[in-house]
Design a binder for this molecule. Structure first.
Ligand SMILES: [Zn+2]
Length: 265
């Protein structure tokens, strides 16, 4: 019976569950509806923001918001140029800075809900560095990496393709899968997606930051600072699933000429 259910889900996947990632054109598994995952993201996000605490540093908070809005506009422009604006229909963008000097992290949930933690700002160093991180995190959301991973998680744990169905069976496990899927499952900064997702977000993020008016040539230097910081503290699984810093930096350098075509000074 279970096998039958799973094979039905697999058939449904082949028929309906395929989406295409903007920029890279990769085909991805996407069973979870964007309405469902955006609703869950919105609810989880307001809980995170309520708990905060939000930074009281006005200058830094404004910088994160300023960069966020510029990247948002760039993404909207990019998607419009590809005739793909409909994919942003469910987005309700928000950008917040959380006061937390231990969590070197930033993320963008499905639907454009962004949080930066203050501990990542020294590694960003300045607005350019914030733009590198913002472009990368927003790219994860635009590429639907959260929905893709949520689909994989629900299929593996429940044999199901809807969040509501999984919630009905086990709300806390569903929530856990969601947190992992959107990159909140760890407080070790930005080490949270698979190799292919990280690489895709790097590539897309570079184009988005360039369109927003930030020099994409600054991205490798941000990752060099990140490499120095995380030198000794990578968990073992990180080694096999995450691009090495050298690979990431050399890939980024390879994409810079493409991104420069979008760069608006
Ligand atoms: Zn990432």
């Amino acid at each position: 019976m279970i096998r039958k259910v799973i094979s039905l889900v697999v058939v449904a996947t082949i028929l309906h569950g395929c989406a295409t990632v903007p920029v890279t054109g990769r085909k991805q598994l996407s069973l979870v509806s964007s309405d469902e995952i955006n609703a869950m993201a919105s609810q989880q996000y307001s809980e995170v923001i309520k708990k905060g605490p939000l930074s009281t540093n006005v200058e830094q908070t404004e910088m994160v918001r300023r960069v966020g809005v510029k990247i948002q506009k760039a993404v909207e422009q990019y998607m419009a140029s590809k005739g793909s604006s409909a994919q942003l229909a469910g987005f309700k963008w928000e950008f917040n800075l959380i006061q937390d000097d231990k969590t070197v992290n930033a993320w963008c949930m499905p639907g454009g809900k962004v949080a930066f933690y203050t501990a990542i700002l020294p590694i960003c160093k300045d607005e350019l560095g914030v733009a590198v991180v913002m472009g990368h995190e927003v790219a994860h959301a635009i590429a639907n990496h959260g929905a893709e991973r949520m689909s994989q998680g629900l299929l593996a744990e429940f044999g199901l393709s809807t969040i509501s169905g999984a919630m009905g069976q086990n709300p806390s496990l569903t929530q856990q899968i969601f947190m992992q899927a959107v990159g909140m499952g760890t407080n070790v900064g930005m080490l949270k997606f698979s190799r292919s997702h990280e690489s895709e977000a790097d590539h897309m993020g570079l184009i988005f930051m360039a369109m927003a008016g930030y020099d994409p040539a600054s991205a490798p230097t941000f990752w060099e600072r990140m490499a120095t910081l995380s030198g000794g503290q990578q968990p073992p699984e990180f080694m096999s699933t995450h691009p090495s810093h050298e690979t990431r930096i050399s890939d980024l350098k390879g994409w810079i000429p493409e991104a420069m075509q979008y760069y608006k000074k």
